[in-house]
Design a protein around this ligand. Structure first.
Ligand SMILES: O=C(O)CCC(=O)C(=O)O
Ligand SMILES: [Fe+2]
Length: 252
């Protein structure tokens, strides 16, 4: 198994974990190695090329690691698992690997959150986004509402900033600071990893028509204990012997 480093040295200790827990997301700017960026770009463009031939129910973008051996090899990569364990603790499962490539003119994503053990905060679910070539505000840019994940509301939905402000956010405060909730428009350099708790409210702005494709992939991990709606994993892939992934692939 190829375990060439994917991350440069970075800080993610108690202080950084506390910030993730407070705001619901945490940026690790530029930590992907040039080698990982190069290989990810090749893998993500491979998945992009497969998209037109994709079969409904088994889209290459949703089951990306099943269509690309480099993406597969990152599921149990020691640096990946070390980061996931710093967030979730020792006991974890792989949930999904989905490509999030956004070509010029892509419409982005409306405001939403995701489900997992909505009634049990002891069960975590983290998304580890790899923004291979980064993004700017308003150009395929991730937006988030710090503190929103504390509500563990899997049903957040709004089709504009105005709609979430006057809807779900109205009258709500950050439970740890008592400040009114606010939208953060992020921008990140190439090679950035973003950690996000699954219940955080987030959206993606449209990609400008003349911008190059934003190359992105997400790896999600969770503490076992509940079913997971986002678990895009075929039974064959669950059974596949992937060195280092023993015990990671099952639901429970
Ligand atoms: O494309 C992005 O930056 C975010 C995608 C997203 O909402 C997700 O994977 O949950
Ligand atoms: Fe999402």
């Amino acid at each position: 198994m190829d375990h060439t480093p994917i991350f440069r040295p970075y800080d993610f200790g108690e202080k950084e974990k506390a910030l993730l827990d407070k705001d619901g997301y945490f940026l690790l700017p530029g930590i992907l190695t040039p080698d990982a960026c190069e290989r990810l770009t090749a893998s993500l463009s491979h998945i992009q090329d497969l998209a037109p031939s994709g079969v409904e129910g088994h889209k290459p973008s949703h089951f990306a690691a099943e269509y690309d051996s480099y993406l597969e090899s990152l599921i149990p990569h020691p640096q990946m698992l070390d980061l996931a364990r710093r967030v979730l603790g020792e006991k974890l499962r792989f949930d999904h690997c989905v490509t999030l490539n956004r070509p010029g003119g892509h419409k982005g994503s409306h405001w939403h959150s995701h489900e997992y053990a909505d009634d049990d905060p002891s069960l975590g679910f983290v998304r580890i986004f790899f923004y291979v070539n980064g993004f700017e505000v308003g150009d395929g840019g991730l937006k988030a509402v710090p503190g929103s994940h504390h509500y563990r509301d899997a049903k957040i939905k709004a089709d504009s900033d105005k709609a979430i402000k006057t809807g779900w956010m109205a009258g709500k405060t950050h439970p740890m600071t008592a400040e009114p909730l606010e939208i953060q428009d992020l921008s990140v350099p190439a090679g950035t990893v973003v950690l996000m708790w699954t219940h955080a409210a987030h959206a993606v702005s449209p990609r400008r028509a003349n911008s190059h494709t934003r190359w992105t992939v997400v790896y999600a991990y969770r503490n076992p204990g509940r079913p997971s709606r986002a678990r895009w994993l075929t039974p064959e892939f669950e059974r596949k012997r992937i060195p280092g992934a023993e015990g990671l692939m099952s639901l429970y």
